[in-house]
Write a protein that binds this ligand. Structure first.
Ligand code: C5P
Length: 233
């Protein structure tokens, strides 16, 4: 199974993003583009980065009625991105509709993964606001299984959950895991973290790394270190 390092391009605009990519002229990267960059620059930034030969995980976390999500996915597929996502909370019907939108017309489609519970949602709000009385672990595994049964390719989760997700959903179900930090780097606002090496041992398929690479004094060296620790290269 493919394992890879995805760099989170959490930059406010085009200039900062392309400035960062200058350093990586000779490499083909896997980059995560999130809402900030997409909403500020529109689909053109995706096309521009694709044209440079990089792969893209477009992290827009769709969550709407099935028909709307299906139509939106048809549009995103036209951008030739490599990975997209939805909220599993949108229900199995919505996840299946997303998959239909991505699959219509061609055999090749981007990987489709689901967000289970956001890591920013605490136990308290799970119960008192969302009225979910199951534990966080149970909820995450149940949502992951819904995603698997809807035909999705995997979930975004903490590397600490990767083993259990594989146990419940199978080894071929992808775990895409943020919350990655080097042993000697700052945790920033991340709480439950693992090093690339630990994440690899825990069974993460893709690690998503932002600030430890984008804010490093030497981003190229930091990226290399990620690959070495995670992929053993
Ligand atoms: O800079 P850092 O390595 O913390 O970046 C992690 C990236 O993964 C960010 O883009 C963040 O929004 C995203 N993410 C996360 N935790 C989640 C889901 C996404 O950190 N549960």
């Amino acid at each position: 199974m493919a394992k890879d390092v995805i760099i989170a391009c959490d930059f406010p605009g085009r200039e900062e993003t392309l400035g960062f990519l200058e350093d990586f002229k000779d490499e083909k990267l896997f980059l995560k583009i999130g809402m900030e960059l997409f909403y500020s620059q529109g689909p053109d930034i995706v096309r521009e980065i694709k044209d440079m030969g990089h792969r893209i995980f477009l992290d827009l976390k769709l969550h709407d009625i099935p028909n709307t999500v299906k139509s939106a996915m048809k549009v995103l597929k036209g951008l030739s991105v490599d990975m997209v996502n939805v909220h599993a909370a949108g229900t199995s019907e919505m996840m299946k509709a997303a998959l239909e939108g991505l699959s219509e017309g061609t055999e090749e489609r981007p990987l489709l993964i689901a967000v289970t519970q956001l890591t920013s949602t605490g136990k308290e709000s799970l119960m008192s606001e969302l009225l979910i009385n199951s534990s966080m672990e149970e909820t995450v595994m149940h949502y992951a299984l819904n995603a698997r049964n809807s035909g999705l390719d995997g979930v975004v989760c903490s590397p600490l959950e990767a083993k259990d997700v594989h146990k419940v959903c199978g080894d071929d179900f992808l775990t895409v895991t943020p919350g990655i930090r080097f042993k000697d780097s700052s945790a920033d606002d991340q709480k439950r973290i693992m090093t690339p090496e630990m994440a690899s041992k825990a069974g993460s398929d893709y690690i998503v790394v932002g600030r430890p690479v984008t804010r490093a004094d030497d981003p190229k060296e930091a990226y290399r270190r990620c690959r070495k620790e995670f992929l053993g290269e």
